[in-house]
Design a binder for this molecule. Sequence first.
Ligand SMILES: [Zn+2]
Ligand SMILES: [Zn+2]
Length: 395
Amino acid sequence: MAELDDLGALIARELPSLIALRRDIHAHPEVGLEERRTAALIQRELEASNVACCAHVAGGTGVIAHIPGDAAQAVALRADIDALPIDEATSLSYASKTPGVMHACGHDGHTAILIGAARVLARIAEQRPLPRPVTFLFQPAEEGLGGASRMIADGALTGRIGSPVSEIFGLHAWPWLPLHTVGVRDGAILASADAFTVHVNGRGAHAAWPHLSRDPVVAMCAIVSAAQTIVSRTVDPTHAAVVSFCAMHVGDAPNVIAESGIMRGTLRALNSSNRAHLIAQLRHVASHAAQLHHCEASVEFSPGCPATLNDRRATERVRDAVRAVVGSKLVEMPTPFMGGEDFSAYGEHIPASFFLLGIQNEGAPALPPLHHPTFDFNDDAIAGGVETMCRLALH
Ligand SMILES: [Zn+2]
Ligand SMILES: [Zn+2]
């Protein structure tokens, strides 16, 4: 296909403006479900390239766009567009202009890449029909507010605009992989993530009369200690799982035994049965460890995303696409990561593959990790990201 040979040239022509867009998005970050400026920018850019789009979905800030093609079913390409409640600590010229909010997870880069793919594919579609229709999902609220499920509920996969979707791809900037490298993996690549809150109720007393109390501090310590055996003693040792307590609040005086306390944390697993097991075990351990100290515990869960499971055939397509990108190197990720990503929700409906886009410059000091106040996406990864997405659509 002649157009494919020109893909590099088409992308090179868009690149300066995509970098400018990426930096503009970085300077104006918006947290989940508040991405109004970002959504308006996406809509403006798509319409300027004559790409049909449907805005105000998924709670108001999602955008679905579509380019027709020859097949009955579409391929979907997804970008998340939200930022995080973090105070940016970089000295970049395009650093966040909004105190307390920043793009610390690279979603500014994901958004610019998908706008780039839409522009380039629209150019190609002007010359000849695409082999299959392409649906672009600009998804809000990836960081814990269920953006993917909202998109799905609003018809992102069933042809709200364009055709029903039969396959979906998404990428994430990955500071632990070198630039011009793409990490892929069959099966689990990221974990499920469920938040929990443990409420512990006891009886308050004067600190010098502990026998009159039912001390929630002692019960909470017992719960945390006992919970360490959930993974080590009840999960198959060849499976990965995480139980982390990340916040504890109890009491506020050195001479008063508190009445109650709460703890918060997260559970991670790589399949649905381990996910359900961790939830059941935490309830069991919390209630019994509390009882041992004459307190009561109840556990509340806020279900997050399931594990991200990559479909074998879809992942093979990613491999083919990456191999076709000149200068791009394919890396098989030997193990999954215990982070969570709500892209997994799409994979519960259709074959899906999520891949990792390297952004670490060779020889440069190691980049800060995702969600760090000094994190920044690497603009040198945009062209490769756009080309990989385009090739997935043109496959
Ligand atoms: Zn994130
Ligand atoms: Zn992210």
